[in-house]
Design a protein around this ligand. Structure first.
Ligand code: SAM
Length: 287
């Protein structure tokens, strides 16, 4: 019988948030895989846990996963913890989970603290639909592409950021998305927890006043769907029907779907679109 991989969430700043079930699992596991064993050793000492520990981090995540899977196959139970919060959220745990599943190993998650969800609930912004962007990628091209995608994201957006990059990221978000609501969530669950509901321009002004310190989650209001629709309409109103078709074709629609979408946008019938395409010499056999 193979062992089980337990994903164990640990406190993000308040030791009182360690759950009894997780403590029991950490005590009873054969091995704890930790992102930073030195860091986690302090936590284990605090809770009087003496289970052997091994490292599992960004730089050994694939090779070490194979080693851990070997141990799980031998029947050992392994608890995975990260520096803080829920394993597999913005840390290498994701790779181990995938590889265990592929190997047929049972994985279970013991829920607990997670900075993104804690921040979302405190943001005062819509919690009904949200997306998690973690850290924006450092590489310029990919970062620009993600910022471009976020322009039309209507869900609430959650981002992680390090204090020394906060100013730059807020500036880039402001340039790409314009001004909109944001809640800065700092030092969650810690003594100096600070929640600042503001706007992107307000947040930028704050970082000018005082150098950011501590850990941050940014919760950003999604784009307004009505504004997006008006902008789209203003864009296609100046276009010919073939140009309007091209937008949908580039989004991956086939010609029939694109004709339907163009007809709907313009309040016309499909036949009108077909006729206009015929006149432009672009109609095929879609009639
Ligand atoms: N796995 C973690 C979780 O469940 O939230 C996240 C790990 S990620 C490497 C670390 C980032 O999470 C930090 O840079 C910060 O953006 C955010 N974070 C973690 N703890 C936090 C706290 N107490 N207050 C605010 N943000 C925090």
């Amino acid at each position: 019988m193979s062992g089980i991989l337990y994903l164990c969430a640990t406190p993000i700043g308040n030791l009182g948030d360690m759950s009894p079930r997780i403590l029991e699992t950490l005590q009873q596991a054969d091995l704890i895989a930790a992102e930073d064993t030195r860091n986690s050793r302090k936590l284990m000492t605090h809770f009087d846990i003496h289970t052997p520990m091994t490292s599992y981090h960004e730089y050994n995540k694939v090779e070490k996963a194979a080693v851990l899977i070997g141990k799980l196959r031998e029947g050992q139970n392994i608890a995975l913890i990260t520096d803080a919060g829920t394993p597999a959220i913005s840390d290498p745990g994701e790779v181990l989970v995938r590889m265990c599943m592929e190997a047929g190993i049972t994985v279970t998650s013991l829920p607990g603290p997670c900075a993104c969800i804690t921040a979302l609930t405190l943001s005062g912004l819509s919690t009904r639909r949200f997306c998690f962007e973690a850290f924006l990628p450092p590489e310029k091209k990919e970062r620009g592409e993600i910022l471009e995608e976020l322009k039309t994201e209507t869900r609430t957006i959650i981002l992680y950021e390090a204090p020394h990059r906060l100013k730059q990221t807020l500036g880039e978000l402001f340039s790409a998305l314009g001004d909109r609501k944001i809640t800065l969530c700092r030092e969650l669950t810690k003594r100096f927890e600070t929640i600042v509901p503001t706007t992107l321009s307000g947040a930028l002004a704050l970082t000018e006043e005082e150098e950011p310190r501590g850990e941050y989650v940014l919760v950003l209001e999604g784009a307004d769907r009505k504004v997006l629709q008006r902008e789209e309409q203003a864009e296609w109103e100046t276009m010919s029907i073939p140009e309007h078709m091209e937008i949908y074709l580039q989004q991956g629609m086939d010609r029939k779907e694109a004709m339907k979408a163009v007809a709907k946008d313009r309040g016309l019938g499909k036949r009108d679109i077909y006729k206009a395409l015929l006149e432009a010499g672009e109609a095929e056999d879609e009639a």
